[in-house]
Design a protein around this ligand. Structure first.
Ligand SMILES: CC(=O)SCCNC(=O)CCNC(=O)[C@H](O)C(C)(C)COP(=O)(O)OP(=O)(O)OC[C@H]1O[C@@H](n2cnc3c(N)ncnc32)[C@H](O)[C@@H]1OP(=O)(O)O
Ligand SMILES: O=C(O)CCC(=O)C(=O)O
Length: 405
């Protein structure tokens, strides 16, 4: 570890008793991500995203929900037959027809879900808990009898009594071989503490690996996913660019980078994250906000004079990790908040060299101009300004030209 990396470590982690995480990622971009209103991926697009996820080392890819349409089924089957290292999973209701569709797709795992919260039982199914659990057990039995591995997923788990979840998971565990039980925070009601409590309680009472599926309605999906991992969840669900129902899911980018910089898990190829984000952004038509962590346009963009001056000495002063780690690029912007050191560094980097007075004149011009126009200055505009300043300095007494951007 370099000296600057050492300085950049979160030493507060040393005071907390973290156990090493035993996790895997199940990326659900192609299923929950596609449930974003208006998003429809083509077969080629889903294959391209799956291929990138596979090459990054993502353990499980949820390729779709085959019963949704004939085309969806065809795509899931094609992804399942690519020979990826990632295991391929698909979604299924507790309905024989859905399991049949999964079987036709040659997936490795089928995720059979039911909700067991009073809310969903009453208003969605209009059926009793016993009835729905019976359907789930039948579907699980049918799937396992036909050689499918099964994840038993509790939709709306975060609004389901914990004892009810424990009981249901125990019953299923007793009679069937399921690979995972899954806890979904379907409406994003959890926070890191309640997530930790929920997962710890289930962890104590089951012998099956636990999955966590978080939504971002309160902006806590990534934090909750990590809290779940700390409480013993094995499989963490993510989507690229955090797309998904309503406010989306836990972001793949955030979870992978947090796992790396906070927990030392570095087996995923994070250098592909920015390219993958752009791919999903193009295919989904949804651009991440400029200040989105890791893949947003501003994630490595700096303007403030004090920051840029320090970054020119050592980027880690104002960057938790270097852009190369996530396939990103640093961008130093000239604008209202630019200082002399920053400006000098930036103009030197593009091949200009100014005397002290010229530099002072340039910075004044930059401030006036950006405050008037209320935007930063492009590279071309900067070069023109430099030429103007040089000209003005050569002919003292000449009237200063006003720069317009
Ligand atoms: C939390 C989640 O993300 S869950 C996944 C959500 N994803 C989707 O809905 C994918 C897109 N959906 C679709 O294309 C369609 O809704 C389909 C193909 C799944 C079903 O279509 P339809 O057969 O027309 O049913 P419809 O959507 O009207 O209603 C859903 C039915 O499934 C039932 N159902 C819902 N979840 C489950 C479940 N986990 N197990 C069993 N039945 C379920 C509902 O009770 C309802 O039954 P009903 O028709 O007897 O009232
Ligand atoms: O838990 C799962 O795997 C699926 C459920 C889901 O998508 C949700 O509840 O939001």
């Amino acid at each position: 570890m370099s000296e600057s990396e050492q300085y950049s470590r979160n030493t507060l982690m040393d005071f907390i008793d973290y156990r090493p995480l035993d996790i895997e990622i199940c990326d659900v971009t192609l299923r929950d991500g596609e449930q974003t209103p208006g998003v429809v991926f083509s077969k080629e697009q889903k294959l391209a995203v799956a291929s990138e996820l596979d090459s990054m080392g993502i353990e499980v890819i949820e390729a779709g929900f085959p019963v949704v349409s004939a085309y969806e089924k065809e795509i899931v089957k094609e992804i399942a037959n690519q020979g990826f290292n990632s295991r391929i999973c698909c979604l299924s209701r507790a309905v024989k027809g859905d399991v049949d569709a999964a079987l036709e797709c040659d997936v490795d795992i089928v995720s059979i879900f039911i909700a067991m919260s009073d809310m969903h039982l009453k208003y969605k199914y209009h059926r009793s808990l016993e009835d729905m659990l019976g359907c789930a057990k039948e579907a699980i039995e049918y799937a396992t009898d036909h050689g499918l591995k099964v994840r038993f997923a509790a939709e709306d788990a975060s609004r389901t009594p914990v004892d009810r979840l424990k009981q249901a998971f125990k019953e299923v565990e007793k009679d069937y071989k399921v690979q995972y039980v899954s806890l979904a925070d379907t409406v994003g009601i959890l926070n890191p503490k309640t997530t930790h409590y929920l997962v710890s309680e289930i962890f104590k009472s089951v012998n099956t690996s636990i999955c966590i599926h978080c939504h971002d309605d309160l902006g806590m999906a990534t934090a909750n996913t990590l809290a779940a991992a700390e409480a013993g969840a094995k499989q963490l669900h993510t989507t690229v660019n955090a797309i998904g129902e309503r406010a989306g899911n836990a972001s793949l980018e955030e979870v992978l980078v947090a796992l790396r910089v906070q927990y030392g898990i570095d087996r995923y190829d994070t250098t592909k994250l920015n390219a993958l984000s752009r791919m999903v952004s193009e295919y989904s038509g949804i651009t991440p906000s400029v200040n989105k962590a890791i893949v947003g346009q501003n994630a490595f963009t700096h303007e403030s004079g004090i920051h840029v001056a320090a970054i020119l000495e050592e980027p880690r002063t104002y960057e938790l990790f270097l852009p190369e780690m996530v396939g990103g690029k640093r961008n130093l912007v000239v604008g209202k908040h630019t200082g002399t050191k920053a400006l000098k560094g930036i103009i030197n980097s593009i091949g200009f060299c100014l005397e002290r007075e010229e530099l002072c004149a340039l910075i004044e011009k930059v401030k006036v101009c950006t405050e008037e126009k209320r935007k930063s200055i492009s590279r071309d505009q900067l070069e023109k300004m430099i030429t103007q300043v040089k000209q003005e300095q050569k002919t003292p007494g000449s009237e200063k030209e006003k720069f317009s951007i």
